[in-house]
Every structure is written in C-alpha cells, then in structure tokens.
Design a binder for this molecule. Structure first.
Ligand SMILES: Nc1ncnc2c1ncn2[C@@H]1O[C@H](COP(=O)(O)OP(=O)(O)OP(=O)(O)O)[C@@H](O)[C@H]1O
Ligand SMILES: [Mg+2]
Length: 234
C-alpha cells in the first residue's frame, strides 16, 4: 500500500540557527495510529508543523502523494487536521461555535451540516454546553478540548495532535483516549503521556535531539527500560 505520509531526509533549523530536525525520514500508512514521544525540545512539534506546510525546509514531505509546497497546501490542509500544542494558536473567534464551524464553513458545507458537525464535535469532547462561550475566557483544559473539536469538525483524513491530553482532567483525558481509539483516521500524536500511546498507538516513534532514535511496536519499545531512560522518557 502507498504511504499516506512520506518524509524523506527532512532537516530544519529555526531562523536563530537552532537545529531542530536532522535528517528525519518516516513513512506512515493510511489508518496507522502513531505516538511520537521524546524529551522536551526533541523536535516533535517541529516535525508535526511540517505536515501541513506551516514549516518548510530542505528534504521532502509528501501527503497523499502531494509534495508539501505552496501550490498543494490548500488540498493538504483539507486532509490534515492539526491540533497545536498551545490552544491559543488555534482559537480566534468570538464564540466557540464560530471556531468549531470555521473549518466546515471553509469547506463550503450547508448550514445544517455545519450545525451537525459543530454539535457532534463539541459532544465528542464533552463541551456541548459551550457553543456560545468566548474561547478566550475558558480554562486551559477547556480551550484544549475546543481546539480538538475545531479539528474533528473538519473530519480530516489525517489527525495530527500535539499534546492532546496536556491539561485535561482525568475524566476528559479518559474520554478523549476512548474517542481517539475509535476514530478510523490516521493519527499522529506527539505526547509525554506514555499511557496514551500504549492505549491508542500500535507504533511508537522516539525522537531525541532532532533525530528519530527508535521506531517500532509500542509494546516492545515501552518494555525497553534502557531505551526509555536514554531518551529521557523515564
Ligand atoms: N520558534 C523557535 N525558534 C527557535 N528555536 C525553536 C523554536 N521553536 C522550537 N525551537 C527549538 O527547537 C527544538 C525543538 O523544539 P520542539 O518544539 O520541536 O520540541 P518538542 O519535542 O515538541 O518539545 P516539547 O516536548 O517541549 O513540546 C528545541 O530545542 C526548541 O528550543
Ligand atoms: Mg512540542
């Protein structure tokens, strides 16, 4: 089967010279659920930001066969839904409803379908009561859940989530894990939550200093205490 994501020899340095990715190559099949782990600063967020062209650098990033370059970004962004590490980067409307409706409206859907998408997405993150609230005035965990809803409402083929459980209370975390487990989409999740990876992802990628230091079955890697220690995960 063709890979839905194909990254070849991707290196990236931030404008201040900080080398954040070094020669990363990665292939993801449609439907795979992958946990990306690694210490603070390992390069996880930087890698994810390449998947819809927010960052761009030497090397090749292909989504559904399309190279991540300007002329393909519209199509690629319709396929890849990205939940940023910081929800303040995701929420910009006056109401929660408008934020969650933004993607479906952009897709040109009918009002009825938009309403349904918004209601279903808010219900998925247990935030159905919040449609009229101002996102700016929510708690950290509430913002995170709304940010996730803004992406679910677009029903993207590929879901990229950066620290989806950070700041969630135990019940919200449990329910999110259950939701992610049942989604049919391809999932890439960067997280420090190894339990989350264990519950959702069959495949785990460990990053260290901008490199992929391990890539294999989650169950196998999680048992390798030496590997986890070396990568700052224990
Ligand atoms: N805007 C930026 N300008 C300069 N350097 C940056 C910038 N953003 C990130 N970095 C650096 O790039 C490296 C990788 O950062 P990145 O955010 O990808 O790490 P991460 O694995 O997501 O970490 P965390 O677990 O803390 O979220 C770090 O050394 C970080 O300091
Ligand atoms: Mg990060």
């Amino acid at each position: 089967m063709d890979a839905i994501i194909q990254i070849q020899q991707l290196s990236y340095s931030y404008p201040d010279g900080k080398e954040a990715l070094r020669n990363v190559s990665l292939s993801v099949e449609a439907g795979e659920k992958i946990g990306i782990v690694g210490a603070n600063g390992a390069g996880k967020s930087t890698l994810l930001l390449h998947l819809n062209g927010i960052l761009h650098s030497d090397g090749s990033v292909k989504v559904a066969g399309m190279e991540c370059m300007k002329q393909n970004l519209g199509k690629i962004r319709a396929l890849v839904g990205m939940v940023f590490q910081n929800p303040d980067d995701q929420l910009f409307s006056i109401t929660v409803y408008d934020d969650v409706a933004f993607g479906p409206r952009y897709q040109g859907l009918e009002k009825e379908e938009i309403d349904k998408r918004v209601n279903d997405s808010l219900a998925s993150v247990q935030m159905d009561e919040y449609a009229d609230r101002n996102p700016y005035h929510l708690s950290g965990g509430e913002k995170k859940r709304i940010a996730i809803a803004t992406v679910l409402s677009m029903e993207p083929k590929i879901l990229v989530l950066d620290e989806p459980t950070a700041g969630l209370d135990p019940r919200a975390r449990r329910e999110l894990i259950e939701l992610l487990r049942t989604l049919p989409q391809t999932l890439l999740i960067a997280t420090h939550d190894l339990d989350l990876v264990d519950s959702i992802a069959e495949r785990m990628i460990i990053m260290k200093d901008g490199l992929i230091s391990a890539d294999g079955p989650t169950k196998v890697l999680l048992q390798d205490k030496k590997l986890l220690l070396e990568n700052g995960l224990l």
